[in-house]
Design a protein around this ligand. Structure first.
Ligand SMILES: Cc1ncc(COP(=O)(O)O)c(C=O)c1O
Length: 527
């Protein structure tokens, strides 16, 4: 299908969910799923992902879900933005009380083609009692043209066993599919799906075996560089991964071969901590039901540990990824102290080499206190009063000190732990927009303690981490006090560090005041 997984998600939801039906939604979902709730009129409850001290998003904690309640459909992001993939057979067990499962596998269309992902993707579920959907962006990590995606459907046995029932399902589903299609399809895009399919059919296992092995090689290169430098009391970036991936024996040879690591998923699973133990992943999982995808590489900057304890000095990731972008290396996601890169089809050894070389170059510029004007000339030219005369090292430390002093990571954790209460459904909030019953209000003017709490008109999604912090229809009351506090902290951060504005879906900025400060505003439902 065309128009991306954004539309695939809406087709799936529109085909199954009626207004007012109880549904479960991953809070770590793409915004298209929030729009799916608007167009279907669903009544959502949320599944909240775990989070570690670095702010990396882990799997959903299924123990929070009410097991006695019935839900029409549940959508889970698989893999998550940080490369955490679910053991889907376990998920099916946990979501017994959900009629239909939907795995949003926008970044994960290759899973079927390699044994390392066995039983960790939606279509690996054997036919059972549930209808299962997967939506995949064939254009993201396979080779189709942009916006060319696929919807996969696993029918429950009671439908798949009868030709008539199968045909009936198809006809009904097709209504939703047709509703979202243009009558002027771009056939080259459709053909690109066929080409991507054929490429994977003929060669997918070989291609992905190579990609996985090369990702492991890169993981080791970074981990060993960091270990070797740490022995000399020097620093380098780390890779977030199980320690066994880069373990070496006394002769400094790898303990586990790349072949084994690329074959056996047990090396990559996210296991619960033993009493008193600190895990490599930092998630408080109660069971073993997720693994890290070897090809999704999270790099960690100095300045913080897995539990979120901050050192005196540190390097915020936004500075490193801005540097990499200037060198033509695009990161998928930047958090406060980590960033994500994908080792995918087209990531050649040459490109990996460029990345490693640029990271060492960054280290050299930092250690030698290179002038910021030489590293980021455009930034300094635009904001000379803030950055002129400073070194890259000063700049990193100043930002690190600010993040530490203002407890931005702690604020973020508290904000995402808040459970805002919805006053009206996302669809009802959207209707207020159509009727112009909304107004733009500065966040600093919202009083969460007020007698009549204000209600969000639109979802608010800060990047990083790209998870909705507030949904349309939810109340800015005391339950959401930490959310407001965090958003205002981000506003103040942006005013302190011009040039580091980040994207927050649902937030507009005021025109600058006489000191150049801008303030966040959002759409609220009129009281
Ligand atoms: C989890 C997830 N789902 C859906 C989408 C939307 O996919 P598309 O860009 O194909 O519309 C994205 C896009 O980034 C995504 O990350």
């Amino acid at each position: 299908m065309l128009n991306g997984t954004s539309t695939a998600n809406q087709i799936i939801w529109r085909s199954q969910v009626s207004p007012g039906e109880q549904t479960l939604m991953d809070r770590n979902c793409h915004k298209s799923l929030n729009y799916s709730m608007i167009i279907t009129g669903a009544n959502p409850e949320y599944m909240h992902p775990l989070r570690n001290g670095l702010g990396i998003i882990g799997p959903v904690d299924f123990s929070e879900i009410q097991s006695e309640k019935l839900y029409k459909m549940a959508a889970l992001t698989n893999s998550t933005y940080d490369g955490v993939c679910y053991y889907t057979h376990y998920v099916q067990e946990c979501l017994k009380n959900v009629e239909i499962l939907h795995f949003d596998e926008a970044w994960y269309a290759y899973a079927k083609f390699h044994e390392i992902y066995e039983k960790h993707y939606g279509m690996s579920l054997p036919p059972g009692n549930k209808l299962v959907f997967c939506s995949q962006s064939t254009h993201k990590l396979l080779t189709a043209f942009s916006q060319a995606s696929m919807i996969h459907v696993r029918l429950p046995r009671y439908l798949s066993n009868s030709a008539e029932a199968r045909e009936n399902f198809h006809d009904l589903f097709n209504e939703s599919y047709m509703m979202h299609g243009s009558t002027s399809p771009q056939y080259s895009m459709v053909a690109s799906l066929e080409v991507a399919t054929k490429m994977m059919l003929d060669n997918g296992d070989v291609v992905f075996d190579e990609i996985i092995k090369e990702a492991i090689e890169l993981r080791r290169k970074i981990a060993w560089a960091q270990e070797d430098l740490a022995e000399q009391k020097d620093w380098f970036f780390k890779i977030w991964q199980p320690p066994c991936i880069a373990e070496r024996n006394e002769n400094r040879e790898p303990k586990i071969s790349i072949e084994k690591l690329a074959k056996d998923q047990t090396y990559w699973t996210i296991k619960p901590a033993k009493p008193g133990e600190t895990t490599w992943h930092g998630f408080a999982v109660k069971d073993e039901y997720a693994m890290l995808d070897p090809i999704k590489l999270t790099f960690i900057c100095p300045g913080i540990d897995i539990n979120g304890n901050m050192d005196d000095a540190g390097i915020p990731a936004a500075i490193v990824t801005n540097y990499l972008i200037d060198k033509g290396i695009v990161c998928e996601k930047t958090d406060y102290y980590s960033w994500l890169l994908l080792n995918s089809a087209g990531t050649t050894k040459g490109k990996q080499g460029t990345l490693v070389a640029e990271l060492f170059k960054f280290k050299e510029l930092y250690d030698s206190k290179a002038l910021l004007a030489d590293v980021f000339p455009d930034l300094v030219a635009k904001y000379p009063e803030k950055y002129q005369g400073k070194s890259l090292k000063d700049h990193c430390h100043e930002m690190h000190d600010y993040i530490k002093k203002h407890k931005l990571l702690e604020n973020m954790r508290e904000a995402f732990e808040a459970r805002p209460i919805n006053d009206i459904t996302p669809a009802e909030a959207y209707r207020c927009i159509i009727k112009q019953e909304v107004e733009s209000v500065e966040l600093r003017d919202i009083n969460p303690d007020g007698a009549t709490p204000r209600i969000a008109g639109v979802m608010l999604v800060p990047y990083p981490p790209g998870i909705p912090i507030m949904m349309g229809g939810e109340k800015f009351d005391l339950y959401a006090g930490d959310i407001l506090k965090y958003l205002i902290a981000r506003q103040d951060f942006e005013n302190e560090f011009p040039g580091y504005e980040s994207d927050i879906h649902g937030i507009e900025r005021t025109a600058p005041d006489e000191e150049g400060n801008k303030y966040f505003k959002t759409l609220l439902i009129k009281n």
